[in-house]
Write a protein that binds this ligand. Structure first.
Ligand code: SF4
Length: 323
């Protein structure tokens, strides 16, 4: 039986809710229940599907890991960044994920948290040539963008900054709602007590980018008592090689607060449906009518009438082999 939890909100959770309520409940609640073999085969497959990553997500995740470690090394040792070394590392990591995915369907079925599965391979059998070319171009452009970024060359190299926190996930409370965020780089300029937050973007610009930075600013204000005039917020669009600074004002704060309030209220209402028996829950959530969202949805294997039988049978066949 589902028990009410303390309301928690994040921008990614909100975005997914706006895309599709069914996808949201699968991703943030129901898929987790399928971790155990006592649950229905649909939920067990949903648990695996939750861990699929498409090539753009995988690229972004690996790029962020490398950036984090390179900045740490740069600050600790002063070692100059090597563009060639980072590009090679990124290519090697992507190739490793590709090989593990291509020949590791049964391992992914067994433990999806440690064995990768690439969305395009799971649903399409392989990566097409155009996608491979796009990713190769992204490696070149994003790594160059990082090396030449304003954050590296004008903030880290020239100013007296220290990294404020090591933990990736941070949170603060707003009217009883726990707001969770994951900021890439939080620093303090020790010469003038200015706080800065940088978000590295390996994809295109989005209409939510400024909302994300406003969440960060609110976090700095609530957690460190930072004044709005002492906060620097920037997005580094790596592919374009552009740094964009944002200034947040009280109107942005009020706008964000009302979004969080309305969105977390809707989430709490929808959570009530989790009290239904497992086999009824999914039918109580709205499906999107936006085909583009479905095309890229991890859960289409259990949601789409055309795909369900094949994917369930493949999974069952694999389970049969082991028992
Ligand atoms: S496939 Fe479409 S309708 Fe189904 S959960 Fe995903 S986004 Fe929603």
């Amino acid at each position: 039986m589902y028990k009410n939890q303390q309301p928690s909100w994040s921008l990614s959770k909100h975005r997914m809710l706006m895309e599709c309520e069914l996808k949201w409940v699968l991703n943030y609640y129901v898929a987790k229940w399928g971790e155990t073999n006592s649950k229905s085969i649909t939920l067990q497959l949903a648990w695996r599907l939750k861990h699929l990553k498409n090539m753009y997500m995988l690229f972004g995740e690996l790029m962020h890991q490398i950036i984090e470690s390179e900045i740490k090394t740069l600050l600790e040792t002063g070692e100059v960044l090597s563009e060639a070394k980072i590009k090679k590392l990124l290519r090697d990591m992507l190739n490793r994920n590709y090989s593990q995915t291509k020949y590791g369907l049964n391992l992914w079925y067994k433990e999806p948290r440690v064995n990768p599965m690439i969305f395009e391979i799971y649903y399409g059998g392989n990566l097409d040539k155009t996608l491979i070319q796009i990713i190769a171009k992204k490696i070149d452009e994003c790594v160059s963008g990082f090396i030449q970024s304003k954050t590296i060359n004008e903030v880290i190299a020239k100013r007296n900054v220290k990294i404020v926190e090591a933990e990736k996930y941070k949170s603060f409370y707003l009217d009883g709602v726990r707001v969770v965020l994951s900021a890439d780089l939080v620093y303090l300029d020790q010469n003038n007590d200015i706080y800065g937050i940088v978000d590295w973007k390996s994809g295109k610009r989005s209409k939510d980018d400024s909302l994300q930075l406003t969440t960060y600013a609110l976090y700095l204000e609530k957690t460190y008592g930072a004044d709005l005039s002492d906060i620097e917020l920037s997005n580094e669009y790596l592919e374009e090689g552009i740094n964009k600074n944002y200034t947040v004002d009280t109107y942005d704060f009020e706008n964000l607060k009302s979004i969080i309030q309305a969105s977390s209220k809707r989430m709490t209402e929808l959570e009530e449906n989790l009290r239904y028996p497992d086999d009824k829950i999914l039918s109580t959530f709205q499906k999107t009518e936006n085909e583009r969202v479905c095309e890229w949805c991890n859960f289409k294997a259990i949601c789409s009438d055309e795909l369900r039988n094949t994917h369930m049978n493949n999974f069952l066949k694999d389970k049969g082999r082991k028992h």
